[in-house]
Structures are given as structure tokens and as C-alpha cells.
Design a protein around this ligand. Structure first.
Ligand code: ATP
Length: 253
């Protein structure tokens, strides 16, 4: 029997008590020097679900992902993965536990080929399978396996960053602004890919400029404003009545 959360459960009902959150930020405070950036931020990503983190520029979205993945230490609060406190664990240790962070600006190794980038990330002792998996998601990468990642187009680099995350066989993926600077047709491919992750029972915490598209594939949503959580609830709740205008603003895409 599968223990994957049903959509209905992820959409509002509490997760079964036996299955801990894939990720929990609990009362996080974080600063750059003397500048406080996150204030008492708490959020939960249920296993196998998509959680949207939305907010204006400078709200603290990237900082939240950095705290979650261990690239930045909070001054207060805790980070839990599968119910285990990893606040003091390194980014490398969190990655080993199944967390994968795809940072803004395409986290690829520019001087390595597409094939080498994929093999670097793959947990597999089976490189052929890793390549097949990645190119099944983004066939265009299959034509460029021997090309240096730095010479790929921006869209292809984003495909590579996402598929490298995929072949790492993660339980939880944090994705920061995957559609930034991409042509509309590539943005469509990126969102299709992100939907695939959920089907594979991978939990996703997604930050993207396209709030409507992000909410459309999300189960839960959080809106950050000036480092504080302003909305916490079902993603669909932000699409009802005047909620979108109220929390995200008119004119947002
Ligand atoms: P954006 O959508 O513009 O990327 P964001 O919501 O991801 O914004 P963060 O990048 O987390 O926001 O930044 C939150 C605040 O922290 C901003 O005011 C930003 O200027 C500041 N900040 C970010 N990185 C640093 C840094 N390395 N040093 C100092 N301040 C920083």
C-alpha cells in the first residue's frame, strides 16, 4: 500500500500523525549582520506535496530556502526534516538525507558537460539509468550530453539544474525562481516538470515569480511580507474572492 498523501489530505486536512512533515521551519529568525530578515517564520511542507512560498522582492523567500537547506544558520528557531531536528546539520548532511536545493540562477557546474553534471548529482551506481531518467524528462538535454553546461542556453541550464536534482532521487526539493528569465515555452516545460515531482511523491517547496501558476500546482501556500508570514493556508484559498489582490497584489502574474 502506498503511504503517499492524497491530494485531499494535502489540500487542508491534517497529515496522518504517523507521517512527519517533509520539512518544517519552526519559529525561524534570521539576519544578515544586524539586519533582521526573517521573523518568527514557521512553515510546513507535507510529504509528496507542493508548497508555494510567495511574496514581493526582498520579502525573505530565498533566505527561507537557504535556512531550510543549511546554507544559512538561523539566529533562532528550528529546521526539521521528516520530524528530525537538523538545525545544526550541514547542508551536505541534509542533502544526504534527501534534500535538494536548486538555487536561483541555475545551479549547474558550467565547466562540466551535461553528462558530468548529471552524474555528479546522481545517487545511482547506475549512470546509464540516471542519464535516461534525466533525458526522459527533458529530451533536449539528450542531444547535448557532451556539451559544457556553461555553453547551454539559459533555458537548457535550468532544465539541467532541475533534472540533476531529479536524478539525485530526493525526498524534498527546494526550488528558487526556476522560471526567471526563461522564454514562455520553457516556463511551460519547467512547470510540467515540477508537477511530475509531486507524482513521484517528492515534496516541493517552490518560490517563483509567476504566483498564479505556482498556486495552480500547489497544495499549501505561504505569503511572506517583510520577513513575516502574512498568509498560511490552502493554495486554492488565495485564488478565491479578493484574496489574491489582498495578499499578492493586483498586476501580479
Ligand atoms: P527576491 O524575490 O528579490 O529574490 P526574496 O524574497 O527572495 O527576494 P531575500 O533574497 O531572501 O528575499 O532577501 C531578503 C532581504 O535580505 C532583502 O532585503 C535583501 O536585500 C537582504 N539580503 C539578501 N541577501 C543578503 C546578503 N547576502 N547580505 C545582506 N542582505 C541580504
Amino acid at each position: 500500500m502506498t503511504d503517499q498523501l492524497t491530494l485531499a489530505e494535502a489540500n487542508g486536512a491534517a497529515a496522518p500523525a504517523s507521517r512527519a512533515a517533509a520539512l518544517e521551519l519552526r519559529g525561524i529568525n534570521a539576519s544578515y549582520g544586524n539586519t533582521a530578515v526573517l521573523r518568527d517564520v514557521s512553515l510546513t511542507v507535507a510529504p509528496g506535496s507542493v508548497t508555494a512560498l510567495i511574496g514581493p522582492n526582498g520579502a525573505g523567500k530565498t533566505t527561507s530556502l537557504r535556512v531550510a537547506s543549511g546554507l544559512m544558520r538561523p539566529s533562532d528557531g528550528a529546521v526539521l526534516v521528516d520530524g528530525v531536528d537538523v538545525t545544526k546539520a550541514s547542508a551536505a548532511r541534509r542533502a544526504k538525507a534527501g534534500m535538494c536545493h536548486v538555487p536561483e540562477g541555475r545551479g549547474v557546474y558550467r565547466n562540466l558537460t551535461v553528462r558530468e553534471n548529471l552524474l555528479m548529482q546522481s545517487s545511482a551506481a547506475r549512470p546509464k539509468e540516471a542519464i535516461e531518467l534525466a533525458t526522459s524528462v527533458f529530451p533536449r538535454l539528450g542531444e547535448r550530453l557532451s556539451q559544457k553546461a556553461g555553453t547551454l542556453s539559459g533555458g537548457e541550464q535550468q532544465m539541467l539544474a532541475l533534472s540533476a536534482a531529479y536524478v539525485a532521487n530526493p525526498k524534498l526539493v527546494l526550488v528558487d525562481e526556476p522560471s526567471l528569465g526563461l522564454a514562455p515555452i520553457i516556463v511551460d516545460m519547467v512547470f510540467e516538470f515540477l508537477k511530475t515531482l509531486r507524482e513521484k511523491d517528492v515534496a516541493l517547496l517552490l518560490v517563483d515569480q509567476y504566483a498564479l501558476r505556482t498556486l495552480a500546482i500547489a497544495d499549501q501556500a505561504y505569503v511572506l511580507r517583510r520577513g513575516e508570514i502574512a498568509y498560511d493556508g490552502a493554495a486554492s484559498g488565495l485564488l478565491q474572492g479578493n484574496m489574491f489582490e489582498k495578499y499578492i497584489g493586483e498586476g501580479a502574474a
